[in-house]
Design a protein around this ligand. Structure first.
Ligand SMILES: CC(C)(COP(=O)(O)OP(=O)(O)OC[C@H]1O[C@@H](n2cnc3c(N)ncnc32)[C@H](O)[C@@H]1OP(=O)(O)O)[C@@H](O)C(=O)NCCC(=O)NCCS
Length: 154
């Protein structure tokens, strides 16, 4: 059986960041990609990155941050094309939600292109709701849904 592991990026991750940047470049168009400021993003104190290995191969990653004490954001989530549809994206999202919940924020927010149906469905499946449509968010002709998930504050 395949060995699936979700790992947290720390200082000793060898080539992992480079591999993730390569994936990011392949999956996202330039205006939607964090490639150019990936390293800056990771250096921020209030950010984290989880990645998923199957038998040691990098298959996907999720990046999150908590810019304030009131909310966290999921900044990027991706699974390599040939590994999609096998639950890895969902496993990464669940792990990121879990991590965000430990920061004690009340809400997670994210932006996603409404045309990215698999991602929108995945977020909805995990309780995210569409807040608003932000026109021209990624580029002049590409919009984003702003979505949010509130943690139970009771
Ligand atoms: C979004 C993404 C991470 C999903 O990863 P994945 O490993 O294929 O997803 P999973 O197999 O874990 O599927 C979990 C859920 O996502 C949704 N989903 C996944 N693939 C789907 C598809 N092709 N069509 C519709 N919904 C889909 C479903 O709700 C699914 O739950 P279900 O199996 O109970 O129906 C992956 O498609 C991806 O990397 N896409 C390109 C990058 C992207 O769009 N990132 C999000 C930008 S913010």
């Amino acid at each position: 059986m395949a060995n699936v592991a979700i790992l947290e990026l720390n200082g000793n991750c060898g080539n992992t960041v480079e591999e993730i940047v390569k994936m990011e470049r392949e999956i996202f168009p330039e205006h939607e990609s964090l490639t150019s400021f990936f390293h800056d993003e990771l250096r921020k104190k209030n950010s984290g990155l989880l990645y998923l290995h199957v038998d040691g191969e990098l298959v996907g990653y999720v990046m999150y941050s908590w810019p304030s004490s009131s909310y966290a954001t999921i900044t990027e989530l991706a699974v390599k094309e040939q590994w999609r549809g096998q639950g890895h994206g969902e496993a990464l999202l669940k792990a990121a939600i879990q991590k965000c919940s430990t920061t004690k924020v009340l809400r997670i927010m994210l932006h996603v292109d409404p045309l990215r149906t698999p991602a929108v469905n995945l977020y909805k499946k995990h309780g995210f709701q569409v807040d608003t449509l932000v026109e021209g968010y990624y580029s002049s002709d590409r919009n984003a849904y702003r979505m949010y998930l509130d943690f139970d504050s009771s």
